[in-house]
Each structure stands twice: as C-alpha cells, then as structure tokens.
Design a protein around this ligand. Structure first.
Ligand SMILES: [Zn+2]
Length: 435
C-alpha cells in the first residue's frame, strides 16, 4: 500500500475528458503532492490516506472559464435591457470611472470567486483593472487565474496611456507569477488598440511566454469600424499587423467571415465563446460549428456578470449547445461531449496549459469537481454527459478540489464566508445607488 494525501473512492462516473474520452464507472482517484497519482478501478486497494466516499457523484476536471471581468459582479444587473451604447455610456462607464479602485476590484473579485467555486470553476481568465487586487484575492483563496490588465489607447482606471498599461503588466508578471496567478497581457480590442500598441503587447507576450488576451469581432459596430479604418475585417487586420499566433485568446468572435475562420485555424488562434453575453447584449451568435469544423480550438467564457448575468460555465455550455442546434437547425451539432470539452480540455488548450490541466489523468494537477447526480432532476441517468449539459446547473456541483485542496464540500464554499460576500455586495449596492 502507498500513502496518498486524499483518495476519492466509489465515484459513480469519472469523465476524464482526455484525448480518448476515457470513462470509469465506480472507480477511484488518488491524489498526492497536489497531483493525481492514480485513477481507475481498485485504486483504493493500492493507496491509504484520507478518504472521501463519492457514491452517486460524477467526477470531471475543474471547469475553465476563459473570459470574464470578475470584479464586474458589483455591476450585476445594473442598467440591464438598454441598447449597448446607452448601457455602456450611461451606466457602466460612469460607475467604473467613479468607483474602480483596488478595493472595488478586490471586493468584486471576492463575490466572483465565491460564485465560480460554487459552480465548479477552478481556473478563470480575467481582464480588468487593478489585477493586483484580483491576484491578492486568488492567492488567498487558492483558485487559478490567468490575469490581464485591460490595455487601451485612451486613459483607463488602471493607466493613463497604453505604454503605462504595458509597463504595469511587466511589473505584474515579475511580482505575481506563481502557483495560482498566471499573468497574461490584455490589449482590449482591435478598435481600442492601435497596431503599435498591439505589436508592443505581442512582444511582451513572446518575451514572457504568456497569453495574449483580446476581444475580437464582438459586435457589428466593431467590424464596420475596423473596415473603415483599415480596409480589412478584424481578424485580417490583426493578421496584417502580425499579432496572430497560438498564444492569442480571442474572446467572442461573433462575426468572422469564412476567410477569417481559415486564418484562425492556420494561426492556431484560440477562441473564447461567450454565448450568453452575446445574446444579452444582442451582439449575435458566433459560428461555433463552422469554427470547430475548420479545426479552431473553441473554449467557453461567461464574460463579466454585467452582461450575462452569472458565472456558471455549465449553464454557458448548455446555452451554447442548444443555441447552435437551433441556429443550424441540426440537432447533432455541439453534442454534450463537445459542449463539456469546451469547458475542460479545450479550455486548458486555449490557455496552453493542457500539459497540467483540463483532463483527469495521472500526473496532472488535481483540479477536480464532483457533481451530485443523486438528485431527482438528474435521473434516470442514461448518459452522464447529456445529464450534466442539459439537466444540471452549477449549483449541482458538490465538491471542488484545486491542487488537491478542498474548496467546496457538500455544496458549501469553504474558502469564503457567504455572509461576508452578501455584506460586501450590499455595501457596494448602497454606494453605487447613491452616486
Ligand atoms: Zn469581455
């Protein structure tokens, strides 16, 4: 017998989400030194140590949210149902201009992290301001974040110029890279960043070997603006600037042409599909089946809660699956396995972290979630993939492990106090309402 730090036994289904989509029934996972050391049948007979019996549970890799603005939980539901321009100019930007600070971002991120953990998200990609506040929260809680400061050609709450934003990113990389914080660079979008800014950002991404996180082709307005200014579509424009490669994570990608999809596949650009935000802001529907057919890596993101309005990746892939079936009038597109892959394996690939995360395999980091399948609304259980995507919600996540550490147990977030979260939310609601 070998010693393990934690053994999950009698798991009803283990969906590894590995290259072969290996599945186990009534099997075990042993964890040691933050990693999975063994997975499969009768592992419990080979290892001893702290044990959790997981009958009636489905194990999956920790879910990966590849695009959000965590601190925007403080603006959840604020100015909803307005046209995009009115929503931004009369609601979101004035509040951000007045309030965004280290404390705003720290408090908003705490609410977001509570919700993400509760919904089984173990890694998220952020773009906002004061990413040092986001980093401080996630280091305290122990959730993984790929963090980028939004860089724009005009003054932001984080920096007066794009060069200052880039300098802050470089300092952030040096100070914060670690077990939970993976810095990225965040040029906001092709219509808010000049070719010079984009090139400088890519130089930093290459030099420090990090992700280049950008919004691309989110709205028709953006597409028309780029066409007018550069005579090209957004992806063609980015290609001509020389900033497309396998480290680019492009959020949204709602309006690509056939030629743009070909370029995305050729350059191995990764896409973060954010269907609920695109629906709520009436931006359109990304051609995900076409991108997948062309071989593009498509992951999934919630976007900020001001335009979603939750941080539930299971809900997001459920929406994605149904949406693309409806739009294509083909019920076979985005099947349940494909939908769950977007939230696991493909998410890890999008972050260039698939060697460590995104599937349950011996040697990988023990970011594992257990879904409680012993509930009436998930039974009878013919197919666990379908049941997770179409019958369950984030709230059915029962247990969350990050690096083998328990963060959620019996549907309770251990790392944060719910009362503290509600108090933070109430305080900010008062301040924003009175402004
Ligand atoms: Zn966004």
């Amino acid at each position: 017998m070998e010693r393990a730090d934690l053994i999950l036994t009698d798991i009803s289904y283990i969906l590894t989400m590995d290259e072969n989509l290996t599945e186990y029934k009534d099997a075990d996972i042993a964890i040691k030194d933050k990693k999975i050391v063994a997975i499969g049948k009768d592992i419990k007979n080979r290892y001893y140590g702290k044990t959790i019996v997981c009958k009636g549970k489905i194990a999956l890799p920790g879910l990966i949210n590849t695009h959000t603005h965590a601190a925007m939980t403080l603006l959840r539901g604020y100015g909803s149902d307005n046209p995009l321009k009115v929503w931004l100019e009369e609601y979101i930007w004035p509040v951000e201009g007045k309030f965004v600070s280290y404390d705003f971002v720290k408090d908003g991120t705490k609410i977001a992290v509570y919700e993400m953990l509760r919904n089984g998200i173990t890694t998220f990609v952020d773009m906002y301001f004061y990413e040092n506040a986001v980093a401080d929260v996630i280091n305290e809680i122990g959730i993984r974040g790929v963090l980028s400061t939004g860089i724009l050609d005009f003054p932001t709450p984080g920096a007066k110029t794009p060069d200052e934003g880039i300098e802050k990113t470089i300092s952030f990389i040096k100070e914060y890279s670690g077990e939970f914080v993976y810095p990225a660079i965040g040029p906001h979008a092709p219509y808010t960043c000049s070719p010079e800014t984009l090139k400088k950002c890519m130089d930093v991404a290459e030099k420090y070997d990090i992700i280049f996180h950008i919004h691309v082709s989110e709205t028709e307005f953006e597409v028309e603006t780029i066409k007018e200014k550069y005579g090209k579509t957004p992806v063609e424009h980015l290609d001509s600037v020389g900033v497309l490669n396998d480290r680019v994570l492009a959020a949204h990608m709602v309006h690509p042409t056939e030629r743009e999809i070909e370029i995305l596949a050729e350059k191995d650009v990764k896409v973060s599909h954010c269907p609920e935000s695109n629906l709520k802001l009436a931006s359109g529907v990304a051609p995900v089946p076409e991108m997948l057919k062309a071989g593009v890596t498509v992951s999934v993101g919630t976007d900020g809660t001001a335009s979603n309005d939750d941080l539930d990746i299971i809900g997001e892939v459920s929406t994605a699956a149904k949406l693309h079936k409806g739009i294509s009038k083909d019920p076979t597109v985005i099947n349940a396995k494909q939908a769950l892959l977007m939230a696991t394996r493909e998410g890890a690939k999008a972050l260039r972290m698939y060697d460590k995360l995104g599937s349950l395999e011996a040697g990988k980091i023990a970011d594992i979630i257990l879904i409680d399948a012993s509930q009436p609304h998930l039974n009878p259980l013919f197919d666990p993939y379908t049941q997770i995507v179409h019958s369950s919600k984030g709230s059915d996540v029962d247990t969350v492990l990050i690096g083998g550490e328990i963060k959620v147990l019996n549907k309770n977030v251990i790392a944060l106090s719910k009362d503290e979260i509600l108090e933070i939310a109430e305080n900010w609601k008062r301040k924003i309402s009175e402004s």
